[in-house]
Design a protein around this ligand. Structure first.
Ligand code: FAD
Length: 449
């Protein structure tokens, strides 16, 4: 490992513990060695050495993943991207940035905002997750409805392959039809095919105002009517988060928040628009909500009048990190369900969870504008109960034709259920690709497939 330099190969117990797992319930294992390469070439060199010695490697970004993909298995070397953390270039004309994989999402957001641009990917773990980790799992988050998922925000990538080749695919143009777009094999494949070392991301002009509203709704049906209305009348809509009453109650309890409305509601929607003119943005939002109230889609609404008030409204949704910790050991789901079936899916899963585990908390919320539902259920002290909950939810996903993961990935936590969403032929094609890129199976082995 002299190629990497001594500082890049760490064997101390504190570092090992800090790298023993992500946010999921996968069993933590302290790696005996943690590698901290400082350049893309060092990542490639480290992989070449590990390949030569048949040493298995787990790739680690910010360790905020919820699928156990970055959690080491016994005997694996951890390869952390934390020191590969330079924003190399911000192109103020073309609206792109070249970013090393270990850059923290929030750092990138802030740096481009200082230059009048916006990197719109946004999620609760923004202060710790890395842009490479975001690409590896094809992260989504709060603003997908307007800007798309990480796949759509990525123009180019550079990857280090298990055999030590460093492949430059750092395309900077939006339109490029020069053959197979190989970057898509690596985005969302959770580090099973290669290690992402650098990324070209797409930026957007920085919106100068955000308008936020929290709405109480009489039913989930009303939420589907409201999103249809917002999509046609609010072109600057950037977030449409649905929270069922159980989630809002738990959020209030954990963060000591007041009830948002005098009268409680079965469903709440937190929505945000991003624009340039505050007065017209707010007027437009108030007009749409006024109509929604007249038509019975919304029973009450608060439109934030200041940034402070907007942050106070977002708190309900952002308590998810605290709730994840409080309900440990939990089952956390991020399923994709066709909008038309969402209500029936929630009804079935809520009924079955409450029937089998009446004393546990079952919270429903999500980025419903994208058909992405989160279910957080727990705590479960024993493995058998956890497995039963997973079966119950993933069987419902299969029956409704959905996806068992809409943004967190498969990792190890959902691996045994992959067939609920993907056919045997698809899984076998994935295995063929894995063999092509990583014949010795040294990289993130046993994850996804
Ligand atoms: P890690 O957890 O370190 O790794 C995730 C996977 O990617 C692992 O398989 C790992 O091996 C692989 N990997 C990491 N870096 C690389 C690399 N450079 N090259 C190849 N493979 C790599 N996710 C969402 O999509 N939307 C949300 O709204 C959202 N909200 C969250 C809220 C909270 C409070 C928490 C804790 C998590 C949330 N997540 C969300 C999940 C998580 O934050 C994202 O999955 C994030 O994108 C993971 O990034 P990371 O750097 O922490 O990756």
């Amino acid at each position: 490992m002299s190629l990497l330099g001594e500082a890049a190969v760490v064997q101390d117990p504190n570092t090992s513990v800090a790298h023993s797992g992500d946010w999921s319930e996968a069993i933590k294992v302290s790696p005996s060695i943690v590698l901290f390469p400082r350049t893309p070439q060092q990542v490639a060199d480290a992989l070449a050495i590990c390949s030569r010695h048949s040493k298995k490697v787990v790739v680690q970004g910010g360790l905020t993943g919820l699928a156990g993909g970055a959690t080491p298995k016994t005997g694996e070397v951890a390869l952390s991207l934390a020191k590969l953390n330079v924003i190399e270039d911000i192109d103020l004309v073309g609206g792109t940035a070249i970013v090393q994989a270990g850059v923290i999402l929030e750092t990138l957001q802030q740096k481009v905002e200082e230059q009048g641009w916006c990197f719109p990917l946004d999620l609760g773990a923004r202060g710790s997750c890395q842009i490479g980790g975001n690409a590896a799992v094809n992260a989504g988050g709060n603003r997908v409805i307007r800007y798309g998922v990480m796949r759509q925000l990525t123009l180019g990538i550079e990857v280090a392959l298990p055999d030590g080749r460093l492949i430059d695919m750092m395309n900077r143009v939006t339109k490029n039809t020069t053959g197979i777009d190989l970057k898509h094999l690596f985005i969302g494949s959770e580090g099973t095919l290669g290690v992402i070392t650098r990324i070209v991301v797409q930026l957007f002009p920085k919106p100068s105002v955000a308008c936020t509203a929290l709405c109480a709704l009489p039913s989930f049906d009303a939420a589907t009517d409201l999103i249809r209305e917002c999509r046609s009348s609010l072109p600057s809509l950037s977030a449409f988060e649905v929270m069922w009453h159980d989630f809002v109650s738990a959020a209030r309890e954990i963060a000591h928040l007041r009830p948002p409305f005098e009268v409680g509601a079965p469903v709440y929607v937190l929505m945000e628009t991003l624009g340039t003119d505050e007065a017209s943005e707010r007027a437009q939002l108030e007009r749409v909500l006024g109509t929604a109230i007249e038509r019975g889609m919304v029973s009450d609404a608060i439109v934030a009048q200041s940034l402070d008030e907007s942050e106070r409204l977002w708190i309900y949704r952002e308590t998810v990190g605290e709730l994840l910790s409080a309900l440990k050991p939990h089952a956390a789901f991020d399923v994709g369900i066709p909008m038309a079936s969402m209500e029936k899916f929630v009804e079935r899963v809520r009924y079955e969870l409450t029937r089998d585990f009446p004393a546990r908390k079952h919270l429903f919320f999500g980025h419903i504008g994208d058909g992405n539902l989160h279910v957080l259920s727990g705590p479960y002290k024993d493995e058998a109960a956890l497995h039963h909950v997973e079966e119950l939810v993933y069987n419902a996903v299969r029956d409704f034709g959905g996806a068992i993961s809409a943004e967190h990935g498969i990792g190890v936590v959902k691996r045994d259920f992959l067939n609920n969403s993907r056919s045997d032929q698809e899984v076998s094609l994935m295995a063929d690709l894995k063999r092509l890129f990583d014949p010795a199976e040294i990289l993130n082995a046993g994850r996804v497939i």
